[in-house]
Design a protein around this ligand. Structure first.
Ligand code: DGY
Length: 321
């Protein structure tokens, strides 16, 4: 029997994925799920044929250059791949795969959770109940923002943006979007396209960030752009923290320019800007967009499908480079 390909898996995988992993691969895994240092990755990658990494790993050029010659592919357990230096991977001749599609619904669901949570003051309400500061029902107590009929601006209308729009239609929201390319009419489904993303800001009572992290989108939502949002707008981010200039968003939440924000992702997460923790009008989640059992299994299986294809000499299903 041919020997199994050797893998380094940098984080713990869900049990069902681990079972399939062990059936096909001779894998070094990470039972206690710690974040490996670059030196640990290099040491454990010795003699391995491929790496299975996650968005919590910084697979930068320095790390890729130090990987042993035995390594021939990198698969990431994520749709986002900004944590991997693709140019460095290309230089070393590695293909890199990701896990699109299977997390679209879960991430769109959490976007709606954040929209509702931020609009209806879910954090403040929850806290009032737990801290017993809630005194009685009142006509003016903890009033939030109605979603029905409001304008939703979606910045980045890929798979997840489209799934957010689909859900928002059930709330009778008016959908606006910007995207590199305009969608076909059947995908657009009546949403209004804004070729200039700056124009999207002015029509966004809710502004949902669904674009990938890149050099062009770094700190895209800055003070000047927040000023273009309607007063009392709500900002939602389920994409990547680097798209937001935190200082500008925090200032707008403090001043009341924005009603609230719902954030699942942060620059330098989990070490988010500490000012967020002090703000009552921000609904915070710890990067849970894809965190359902079904979705994480599907992501793991997709990562393995790509590795299987590579080791069978077939084209990768989800090749990003
Ligand atoms: C991804 O796959 O990029 C997500 O952010 C993980 O939840």
């Amino acid at each position: 029997m041919a020997s199994k390909p050797k893998l380094l898996v940098t984080r713990r995988l869900p049990p069902a994925v681990t079972e399939r992993l062990n059936a096909t691969y001779d894998a070094v895994t990470n039972a206690d799920d710690h974040i490996m240092s670059p030196d640990e990755v290099i040491e454990k990658a010795q003699g391995k044929d491929a790496l299975l990494v996650t968005p919590a790993d910084k697979v930068n050029a320095a790390l890729i250059e130090r990987l042993p010659a035995s390594v021939k592919m990198i698969a990431t357990f994520s749709v986002g791949y900004e944590h991997i230096d693709l140019e460095a991977a290309k230089k070393r001749g590695f293909p890199v795969s990701n896990t699109p599609d299977v997390l679209t619904d879960a991430t769109a669901d959490i976007t709606l959770l954040l929209m509702l949570g931020a609009a209806r003051r879910a954090y403040e309400g929850e806290r009032a109940v737990r801290e017993a500061s809630w005194k009685s029902w009142s006509t003016t107590y903890m009033l939030g923002v109605h979603m029905t009929g409001k304008r939703l601006g979606i910045f980045g209308m890929g798979r997840i943006g489209q799934a957010v729009a689909k859900r928002a239609r059930a709330f009778d929201m008016e959908i606006h979007y910007s995207n590199r390319r305009r969608l076909s009419a059947d995908l657009e489904q009546g949403a209004t396209f804004h070729a200039d993303p700056e124009a999207l800001l002015g029509v966004s009572d809710f502004f949902s960030i669904n674009a990938p992290a890149s050099a062009e989108t770094f700190h895209w939502l800055n003070a000047a752009r927040i000023a273009k949002l309607p007063d009392g707008a709500i900002v939602i981010n389920t994409a990547r923290g680097t798209l937001v200039d935190d200082a500008a968003l925090i200032a707008a939440l403090q001043s009341g320019k924005l009603f609230s924000a719902g954030l699942d992702v942060f620059e330098n997460e989990p070490n988010l800007n500490p000012a967020y923790r002090e703000l009552p009008n921000v609904f915070l989640l710890p990067h849970l967009g894809s965190a359902t059992v079904d979705t994480r299994n599907a992501m793991g299986f997709k990562a393995l499908d790509n590795l299987d294809a590579f080791f069978a000499g077939k084209p990768l299903l989800d090749r990003v480079v």
